[in-house]
Design a protein around this ligand. Structure first.
Ligand SMILES: CCCCCCCCCCCCC/C=C/C(=O)SCCNC(=O)CCNC(=O)[C@H](O)C(C)(C)COP(=O)(O)OP(=O)(O)OC[C@H]1O[C@@H](n2cnc3c(N)ncnc32)[C@H](O)[C@@H]1OP(=O)(O)O
Ligand code: FAD
Length: 520
């Protein structure tokens, strides 16, 4: 949460009142923003994000503390219906619930008044920027970006270690079965996610530093960095949570049948990661928040305005003829970064001009034009977020304090991440001729060479994440590699294996079999 320390009467009094209760767990709280509600059985209070109406005017979403249950017997207060929402896709240990308010009144003082106040006579006033109310979401989105990185790193650790234990088929006729990690397809499934886990780690360092800079400016009352931070965090949250989710699923699939077992630890990782894709802002909604900012920035740059650092590249949208068009050193970091920059800038331009064209030439309203451009708007936001990761990764491997051998490995991972992205989104790079067919051919063959280069370092690279077995909770990803013995031990612990003949045999199976056999 933003730790802004402005001296506000209401704020100070409210903090003294509520924080004391919350910090010693006298009350338990939940965040209630989503329309359908998410609360649960445990909480006594909730912070409700609701539209504020005062003196007949709507002032937009504000936060209110609502007491939900009696502090005497935990029963819901009058007018409040609260309960559990039932089983979910995952995170069933999480206490998510619903709540309904019917004619519930709360004291004016329950409105959280750090950034906006309502006086006794209903007069509304605000401090700095009303969007500071959304600060908790920005903070949470940074945290979810971090969590995604950790979950992806856990998944690749499991899958890479297991791929060294599992031997299957013949690579060379007559030779022993190879470790499945020696198959190029297995490397192609796993190593780009390994590279992404490293790239995201550096991205998070950059994002956190950015967050701290904006936060300290906010302490001095300077809100100028708020929108850029919001856009950046919304985009990276969307991009990294989804990439991690898809990566974890690919790691699970790469473990074959055992990936389907809870013993893999991958099923839990996958369902937990799915929450981060939707929670704190669904992916498309978040990418559109970023797109809205990019479109505004592009328009400003066209009018000659200077842009904030993360979007300053929009001032330099080049045509492909000027900027590319020949086969080049596709492994060169400057070439790679420029290609991603060009792709992002071009897609922002295309999306912005698409909206404009629909308004000016097709007579659509702004809202219609926006809706009819959503696909290209989402695409430009994804491209911007991926460019940010590539740029950060490249800068990090150039400047990281590491010896030459470590830097060489990081260089390889960074090239792999960037080349893999180009191959995956080839159309974006080829469409205006910035990259050529021969460039793409080169990118693909370089990417495949990098896979075999990563092979020898793959295990040390996942060991370097330093997840102890207690955290990984995966039989497949055990540090000692003794997978098969422990799979057997794990299976034996199943409650269905408590006796040699399960009780269901006597109840259902035996009569059924006997009946059938009697008919013979
Ligand atoms: C491995 C082990 C794992 C174990 C367990 C795993 C658990 C994982 C935990 C996961 C957590 C799950 C818990 C989830 C909790 C929640 O989901 S809480 C609810 C969060 N809800 C959202 O995020 C809603 C998403 N929607 C938005 O954010 C919308 O933007 C909005 C805030 C609802 C506003 O929408 P709207 O009224 O339509 O306004 P807009 O027109 O879009 O925007 C108005 C202006 O405000 C700016 N803006 C929007 N958001 C922010 C912000 N955060 N900060 C700053 N500014 C913001 C926006 O850019 C607009 O600005 P202008 O363009 O200048 O007008
Ligand atoms: C496990 C879990 C825990 C949660 N915990 C909390 C909590 O503690 N507190 C809380 O307040 N909330 C919580 N949430 C809710 C979460 O914040 C929302 O589910 C999330 O923000 C998505 O909103 P939604 O469910 O309304 O989806 P919707 O907005 O209905 O999204 C459904 C579809 O509509 C599309 N869509 C919606 N709006 C647009 C648009 N403007 N343009 C284009 N497409 C659009 C989306 O892209 C998506 O494809 C939790 C959710 C989960 C799954």
């Amino acid at each position: 949460m933003f730790t802004i320390t402005l001296q506000q009467q209401g704020d100070e009094r409210q903090r003294a009142k509520w924080l004391k209760l919350a910090e010693n767990f006298s009350i338990l709280g939940s965040y209630l923003q989503t329309e359908m509600g998410h609360v649960g059985l445990t909480v006594t209070h909730g912070v409700v994000m609701a539209q504020l109406y005062t003196q007949g005017q709507c002032m937009g979403p504000h936060m209110f503390i609502m007491q939900l249950r009696s502090l005497e017997n935990h029963k819901p207060l009058p007018g409040i219906t609260v309960g559990d929402i039932g089983p979910k896709y995952g995170c069933n240990d999480g206490d998510n619930g619903f709540v309904r308010f019917d004619q519930v009144r709360i004291p004016r003082d329950n409105m959280l008044m750090r950034f906006a106040q309502v006086a006794e006579d209903g007069t509304y006033s605000m401090v700095l920027d009303p969007r500071l109310t959304y600060g908790t979401m920005v903070n949470m989105r940074v945290q979810l970006t971090e969590r995604s990185n950790t979950s992806l790193a856990r998944a690749v650790t499991i899958a890479i270690r297991y791929s060294c234990v599992r031997r299957q088929s013949e690579l060379t006729p007559g030779e022993p079965e190879p470790q499945i990690l020696d198959y190029q397809t297995q490397q192609y499934k796993l190593f780009p996610h390994l590279a992404a886990a490293y790239g995201f780690w550096f991205t998070i360092q950059n994002l956190e530093a950015h967050y701290e800079r904006v936060n300290s400016k906010l302490q001095e009352g300077d809100t100028s960095g708020l929108q850029e931070l919001h856009a950046l965090t919304a985009g990276l949250k969307a991009y990294t949570t989804l990439e991690a989710h898809q990566g974890i699923e690919e790691c699970r699939l790469a473990c074959g049948g055992h990936g389907y077992s809870h013993a893999s630890g991958l099923v839990y990782l996958l369902t937990s990661q799915a929450v981060t894709v939707t929670g704190e802002g669904e992916t498309t909604v978040m990418l559109l928040q970023l797109a809205r900012y990019l479109v505004k920035c592009y328009a400003k740059s066209q009018a000659g305005a200077k842009l904030p650092s993360t979007v300053s590249y929009l001032q330099m949208v080049q045509s492909a003829a000027v900027s590319g068009g020949t086969t080049r050193d596709i492994n060169n970091f400057d070439v790679l970064t420029k290609a991603y920059q060009h792709r992002a800038a071009r897609l922002v331009k295309v999306a912005t001009e698409g909206v404009r064209f629909k308004v000016t030439s097709e007579g659509q309203s702004e809202a219609e034009a926006w809706n009819n451009s959503l696909v290209s708007l989402v695409k430009c936001a994804e491209a911007h977020s991926q460019f940010f990761v590539v740029k950060t990764f490249v800068e990090a491997v150039r400047t990281v304090d590491a010896d030459d051998s470590v830097r060489a490995v990081l260089n390889t991972l960074c090239q792999l991440y960037a080349l893999h992205g180009i191959c995956e989104h080839a159309g974006d790079f080829l469409q205006d001729g910035y990259l050529t067919g021969p460039d793409l051919q080169l990118a693909r063959s370089e990417m495949c060479s990098l896979l075999s280069k990563v092979r020898s370092d793959a295990v040390p690279l996942v060991d370097a994440f330093d997840f102890p077995d207690q955290i990984l909770q995966s039989v497949l990803g055990r540090y000692d590699g003794r997978v098969y013995e422990h799979l057997y031990e794990w299976a034996k612990k199943s409650p269905l294996n408590k006796s040699q003949v399960h009780e269901s045999y006597y109840k259902y199976l035996q009569p059924f079999l006997q009946k059938n056999r009697a008919k013979l």
